[in-house]
Write a protein that binds this ligand. Structure first.
Ligand code: PHE
Length: 341
């Protein structure tokens, strides 16, 4: 038995020294020291030994076990270190190699302008709401006091879905006014940005799809003074404190009285130039006091409540803001153009 132990010791030590991976080492641990391993197999013969021999052999077996365990642990450590350094070697990265550039996008000029007005209005207490782009004529026209036969309803100008002209692509964001008045509790302070559609040929200033930004306030005692004060504040925040505005009488079927609001030309200060086409003023938006008929149609008592509304063209604002001379550039999504902003 002593000889067996001696042989096991020699054989296993040389196997351990020859192990070239942690996995190989671990299977040696099982082979020699495991429950069904070779050392256990030898120890099973202890029963056959004499009383005197037993402790001597026991001690020897223990020594062998300790020696093997220590050698395996030692070899494990060495192999682990070697593996780590090999891995570090393999995974070395050259931090001086230039990285793959990440292209950082930015806001489209339309979005930039839209976000800016939205933020101004939200800071003034308005809530942003959205309405459908596919709309009923009733909402786009009738409830906005634009009855059958009104020129704005012409099939030349409007994209209808159905032969009976009942469903269309909204031609303005004003139908959102009606949806809000019909469904939301008073008082109302909302703005609503979105796409609108008209049958226009594409040119430098027209597109069959463009964006509007609608505003609506309904409460007790709202006057034209509130309309002027609110719009002047929004416009000055957008274009600067010293912007000069002009409120000019106009007609919209759903507001009474109605006006258009111009700003004095930034380029020439009102003298007239190429930018304002010699006018000295640049048209910015349409507005007015909500027509009592519209309030009543939406179930609001026009004797108790009044309101004002406004609608501006977002493309126009962006073109003015960024000095863009052709509307088409806004939709072409040519990076050479977009990267300038
Ligand atoms: N909807 C009108 C247009 O498209 C603009 C407008 C909105 C006018 C709200 C008055 C009040 O021209």
């Amino acid at each position: 038995m002593k000889k067996q132990l001696q042989e096991l010791k020699e054989a296993s030590l040389s196997a351990i020294n020859g192990a070239d991976s942690i996995e190989a080492l671990e299977s040696l641990r099982v082979k020699f020291l495991g429950k069904k391993g070779e050392l256990t197999a030898i120890l099973k013969q202890m029963g056959k030994l004499s009383e005197e021999e037993r402790p001597v052999m026991g001690q020897l077996a223990n020594e062998v076990r300790e020696l093997l365990t220590a050698s395996i642990d030692k070899a494990h450590e060495v192999l682990a270190k070697k593996q780590l350094s090999e891995r570090l070697e393999r995974e070395t990265i050259d931090v001086t190699i230039p990285g793959t550039p990440v292209i950082i996008g930015k806001k489209h000029p339309l979005t930039a302008v839209l976000d800016e007005v939205k933020e101004i209005c939200v800071s003034m207490g308005f809530t942003v709401v959205e309405g459908p782009e596919v709309e009923y004529s009733v909402y786009n026209f009738d409830k906005l006091n634009t009855s059958e036969g009104h020129p704005a309803r012409d099939r030349q100008d409007t994209f209808y879905f159905t032969d009976d002209d009942r469903v269309l692509l909204r031609t303005q964001t004003s139908p959102v006014q009606v949806h809000v008045m019909e469904t939301q509790p008073l008082p109302i302070r909302i703005v609503s940005p979105g796409r609108v559609y008209r049958k226009d040929e594409v040119d430098a200033t027209h597109s069959p799809m463009f964006h509007q930004f609608e505003g609506l306030v309904v409460d007790k005692g709202i006057t034209m003074g509130d309309l002027k004060g609110t719009l002047n504040t929004i416009i000055k925040r957008l274009y600067g404190e010293d912007t000069v505005t002009r409120f000019r009488p106009h007609h919209f079927p759903f507001t009474e009285p109605s006006c258009e609001v111009d700003v004095q030309c930034f380029e020439c200060g009102g003298k007239g130039c190429r930018v304002c086409k010699g006018e000295g003023w640049i048209e910015l938006l349409g507005a007015g006091m909500v027509h009592p008929k519209v309030l009543e149609v939406c179930g609001i008592d026009s004797k108790e409540y009044s309101g004002f509304a406004f609608g501006m063209g977002v493309e126009r604002m962006a073109m003015r803001r960024f000095n863009i001379s052709d509307l088409r550039l806004i939709y072409e999504n040519d990076l050479r153009f977009l990267e300038q902003f």
